[in-house]
Design a protein around this ligand. Structure first.
Ligand code: 5RP
Length: 230
């Protein structure tokens, strides 16, 4: 059978988890495999963990699989979060939010000691920006927010679902912002965060601590950490 790189990366990441950890559960088709493997380890090895999901989708999956959940009313610190990404650059900057879960994903990542990102090779890019950058915005006056984002140099498109607007788990909208090439991800992240009407931006700079890449031959490679500047 042909190896599935997302599955290999997800399972490898889940195998790094140890007893008594608080684990952030990412969202998307790669994180799915990590969640399934964690459930398997809970059943087969009595792995003792509690998990915080980054979306309602992942929470539902975890509950169905019998994974014990917790929340920030009980814990303030996450040991490791396992999550996917839409793009990864050599400096470990990410674009996330293709699945619309960016706000909780970033929130959980910020609370995590280790942010373990799992991707296949197609997500590795020399520069971010080919994937339209998801930005979560408040519904009130979203058209004005879109104009402000366009002033930053992108084509910002309103995300729709089959039944109307795509609404996030937090009751907000998403604007997918096509910048083509993002020269300075941390600077753009700050500029977007400072835009009135924006709740969160899908650039994750300075958050990923480990990147696991699933290869088409079934192997999983850990990317070397970028050198810190300054
Ligand atoms: C969801 C995300 C996902 O991690 C990202 O879209 C990657 O998804 P997939 O693993 O399905 O390719 O950010 O909001």
């Amino acid at each position: 059978m042909t190896p599935n790189p997302k599955k290999s990366a997800g399972e490898h990441a889940a195998n790094c988890v140890t007893h008594d950890m608080i684990v952030g559960l990412g969202t998307g088709s790669t994180a799915y495999f990590a969640i399934v493997r964690l459930a398997e380890r809970i059943r087969e090895e009595a792995l003792r963990i509690r998990c915080i999901p980054t979306s309602e989708r992942s929470a539902t999956l975890a509950r169905e699989l019998g994974i014990p959940l917790t929340g920030f009313d009980e814990v303030l610190h996450v040991d490791v979060t396992i999550d996917g990404a839409d793009e990864v650059d050599p400096a470990f900057n990410l674009i996330k939010g293709g699945g619309g879960a960016l706000l909780r994903e970033k929130f959980v990542a910020c609370a995590s000691e280790t942010e373990l990102i799992i991707v296949d090779e197609s997500k590795l890019k020399a520069r971010l920006g080919a994937f339209p950058l998801p930005v979560e915005v408040v519904p009130f006056g979203w058209q004005v927010t879109r104009r402000r984002l366009r002033d930053l140099g992108c084509d910002a498109r309103f995300r729709a679902s089959d039944n109307g607007p795509f609404v996030t788990d937090n009751g907000n909208y998403i604007l997918d912002c096509s910048f083509r090439v993002i020269q300075d991800p941390p600077a753009l992240e700050r500029a977007i965060a400072g835009t009135c009407g924006v709740v969160e931006c899908g650039i994750f700079s300075g958050l990923a601590t480990r990147i696991l890449v699933g290869r088409s031959d079934g192997t999983v490679e850990e990317r070397a950490e970028p050198e810190k500047s300054g």
